[in-house]
Every structure is written in structure tokens, then in C-alpha cells.
Design a protein around this ligand. Structure first.
Ligand code: ZN
Length: 257
């Protein structure tokens, strides 16, 4: 994405990010898969509408929603599918806009985390090879190479398989709260078992970088596991060293991460 794109409004930046994530040859999302969001004010955010395609997303394919209508759902015990649909429609700021994605509930939550203004959720083929295998949790916990730490953080949040929608948003919040308590920083990447990948950050560039680097890490993991029983992971001390290096912080800043 160019510097001119980065300087424009949230909708333009969200569409540009969506088009990058939806590029067919990247195999991150096909058809209606995946969704993206960004905050537009203290009280509202825009999110991909249900059924829209990331690669060709247009202004008509996104819906503006109120945080105040969706965040309280996270504390509800149980809701029927019909009641959740009703809540999604009611959260729109424009009654003629399309139905927001059912994942709008977790987007609302993630956009309240400190330093998070953009969220991108995809189903990358190579990442899902691991998330649909016994290696899923290890892929989230361990790191293989320095750039993975720079773009994806020292560790990813892992969410065991949960029914998409409200239940997934609730399970994700519990996992993110535990992560922040343990590591004192918000995650850059959340991995959903048997489902997909979420990148979050301050800019569209940070979300795209975490997604592409996460997919690259998965490809390396799969290849390393194929030629030996277990890849050689960086040690915890090596991970801490990379995360704390001033030159890596400089690089993160230069890349808009
Ligand atoms: Zn999904």
C-alpha cells in the first residue's frame, strides 16, 4: 500500500487492505471468506458485510455499526441465532445497509484493545493446514525466525474450536484477556483452531504484514515438519532478545507496524 493510501480516510484504507488480503494468488480467502474492520469514531466502526468478497470489496459491501450495541452481547449467557441476527441488524447506523458479518461481534471487541485500529480475518490455506492438525497450539506458542516475531509478536493467542458468532467472540475475549494478563501487551495475531487467522494492529500495513508473515511462518513450519519430526524453534531467550532489540523496534516503526 502506498503512502498516499495511508493518508486517506478509514473506508479507503479498509477497502485497500481488504483488496490486498483478497488477492487470489495469496490464498488467504476465497468467495465470501474472511472479514475486515476499522474504527471510524469512538462510537462506531465499519466491518465487511455478510457475503461480500474481500478481493472486490466496495463501499456498498461494508456496514457501519455501533460499538454500544454489540459489546454488551459479550456478557450475554446464550442467544438464539435469530436474536443474534436481530442484534446485528439493530447495530447498523444506516437501516438500508447490508447485514454485518456475524463476526462483527469479535471485531467490535478487538477494536477496543489499546493500539488496535484495524482487524483482518482470513482463512489462509497454509495456516489452516496447521490449525487443522495436532500442531495448531504449538504454531501459536512458538516462533521460528526473527521476522515472525517482528510482524506477528512473541506469541499468538490460540482459541480452541468454537462455534462462529457470539460463542467464538466470547471465547476469544477470554483468551485475549489471559494473554494480556500474562504478557502485558495486546496480541498481533489470534489463531482459531479449525478455522483461521486474525491480525490486529494500528494500521492496515501492520495487519497485512502480520497476515503475510504468519502465512510464511506456517509454510516454513509445514516444510520443516515434513523433513524432520519437529521444526527447530527459537528458544524463549532468543525470542525475548529479538523482541527487545532497538534495531527491530526501528524496523517495526519504519514498516508502519
Ligand atoms: Zn472465519
Amino acid at each position: 500500500m502506498s503512502a498516499t493510501t495511508a493518508a486517506t480516510d478509514p473506508l479507503t484504507r479498509l477497502l485497500a487492505l481488504s483488496h490486498e488480503l483478497g488477492r487470489e494468488e495469496r490464498k488467504l480467502a476465497i468467495l465470501g471468506e474472511g472479514n475486515t474492520s476499522t474504527r471510524v469514531s469512538d462510537s462506531t466502526f465499519i466491518v465487511k458485510a455478510s457475503g461480500s468478497n474481500l478481493g472486490t470489496l466496495s463501499p456498498l459491501g461494508v456496514t457501519e455499526c455501533r460499538f454500544g450495541d454489540l459489546l454488551p452481547l459479550l456478557d450475554r449467557k446464550a442467544m438464539t441465532d435469530a436474536a443474534i441476527d436481530e442484534a446485528l441488524f439493530a447495530a447498523r447506523t444506516d437501516a438500508t445497509a447490508k447485514k454485518p458479518s456475524v463476526e462483527a461481534i469479535f471485531h467490535a471487541y478487538l477494536l477496543t484493545l489499546p493500539g488496535v485500529s484495524f482487524v483482518g480475518h482470513t482463512h489462509p490455506v497454509v495456516v489452516n493446514q496447521l490449525l487443522c492438525s495436532k500442531h495448531a497450539r504449538t504454531f501459536a506458542k512458538r516462533r521460528l525466525f526473527p521476522d515472525e516475531i517482528v510482524c506477528c509478536g512473541v506469541e499468538s493467542v490460540f482459541v480452541p474450536y468454537t462455534d462462529p458468532g457470539l460463542k467464538l467472540a466470547q471465547a476469544m475475549r477470554a483468551a485475549v484477556v489471559a494473554f494480556i494478563k500474562r504478557l502485558s501487551r495486546p496480541p498481533r495475531v489470534i489463531l482459531l483452531e479449525n478455522h483461521g487467522f486474525i491480525a490486529l494492529g494500528p494500521t492496515p500495513e501492520s495487519v497485512l504484514a502480520a497476515t503475510l508473515m504468519g502465512a510464511k511462518a506456517a509454510e516454513i513450519f509445514v516444510g520443516a515438519a515434513a523433513i524432520g519430526s519437529q521444526p527447530r524453534f527459537l528458544t524463549p531467550a532468543q525470542v525475548v532478545r529479538i523482541a527487545g532489540r532497538p534495531d527491530e523496534h526501528y524496523r517495526q516503526k519504519a514498516l508502519g507496524l
